[in-house]
Design a protein around this ligand. Structure first.
Ligand code: ADP
Ligand code: MG
Length: 317
């Protein structure tokens, strides 16, 4: 069905369907969403844009996966603070030619992941675009007051940890862009690229254990770790042999002659958590994680095992 037939308000009615709005909240349909304030908590807000041609290609990504990913990358920012999600807001500019079949699939993906993370869609804006699809998502969350984990408190002697394998998503993207054969390994890596699972529960556990700094990995540790170092005024030694990589990625890189370490440090869009924590507190982290290095005086990253390299992460400009 053409969206013209449905109209803006018809589309909003469709968007509203099936969203579970928690007790005390006011969601889609009024001038503002209303979210109750809980004592002892602080509010987290983050926003991200996804632009056709820059962040995704229409021919490569299904509407379902784009819906999922639009929510996922934002939910991951709440995870990175050690918070819990409370809601999201979605604004988009839709180009002509996208019909109701497309928006239905987009919202199926968006709502599916939102339900998993208890992050109801509470509002947004809908407009048309003369050319490309633009999506902007804002997500809100909460954490115990004063307990959100920032990037600025990494201390000398802290361990550097990650919650899971790095590089799968970057490897998946490379497979897509280079039009490689889609065997079982390739499909797994590509799914990691399109259907990331943000580490919200893990982030809350890591925060409760007393992490000193945390962020989600969107540009690769070669770039993201540098943010923590800069904000905290410290340096890092990363043991390249300890960076966790999946068997699928190892096999693919061997087969294609790609540098697995380059992809693991610079591929980006893993949406795992990168955190620093004192050795005592690290023992209290009950969720799966890998120690990949430690915080030292100075600045920048020393890549132990590959000292001649200087992995910089994904560059947007
Ligand atoms: P306003 O005139 O106040 O801008 P709109 O007519 O744009 O309101 O939107 C009506 C309601 O629908 C609002 O609650 C708004 O948040 C919601 N809404 C509009 N577009 C979207 C969207 N893409 N996703 C979720 N909610 C939306
Ligand atoms: Mg509006």
């Amino acid at each position: 069905m053409d969206l013209k037939e449905l109209g803006e308000f018809g589309l909003i009615e469709e968007i509203k369907k099936g969203i579970e709005v928690p007790e005390g909240y006011l969601g889609i349909g009024d001038d503002c969403a209303v979210m109750p304030q809980k004592s002892g908590m602080e509010t987290l807000v983050s926003t991200d844009m996804l632009i056709e041609g820059t962040h995704f290609l229409m021919d490569d990504i299904s509407a379902y996966r784009l819906g999922w990913k639009s929510a996922a990358v934002n939910i991951s920012d709440i995870a990175a603070m050690g918070g819990r999600c409370t809601g999201s807001f979605l604004s988009f500019a839709l180009p002509k030619g996208l019909g109701k079949e497309w928006t239905d699939e987009f919202f199926r993906g968006y709502k599916e992941i939102s339900a998993i993370y208890g992050c109801p869609l509470l509002g947004g804006d809908t407009t048309s675009s003369p050319d490309r699809l633009c999506i902007s998502v804002t997500v809100t969350g909460e954490a115990p007051a004063g307990k959100s984990v920032k990037r600025s408190n990494a201390a000398i002697g802290d361990l550097i940890c990650v919650t899971g394998n790095l590089g799968d998503s970057g490897c998946g993207l490379k497979l897509i862009l280079e039009g490689c054969e889609r065997d079982a390994d390739a499909e797994k890596l590509i799914a990691r690229h399109y259907l990331p699972m943000p580490r919200v529960k893990e982030g809350m556990e890591i925060a409760a254990a007393g992490a000193s700094a945390m962020m989600d990995i969107s540009d690769g540790i070669g770039s993201d770790l540098r943010h923590i170092l800069k904000e905290s005024g410290v340096g890092a030694v990363v043991d390249t042999g300890s960076i966790p990589v999946s068997d699928e990625m190892k096999r693919k890189c061997a087969q294609m002659g790609w540098d697995a370490l380059e992809i693991a440090t610079s591929g980006g869009e893993d949406y795992e958590l990168l955190f620093t924590i004192s050795p005592e507190n690290e023992k209290r982290v009950a969720v799966g994680h890998h120690i990949i290095g430690k915080i030292v005086p100075g600045n920048g990253i020393e890549w132990k095992g590959n000292e001649d390299k200087n992995y910089m992460g994904y560059r947007h400009f």
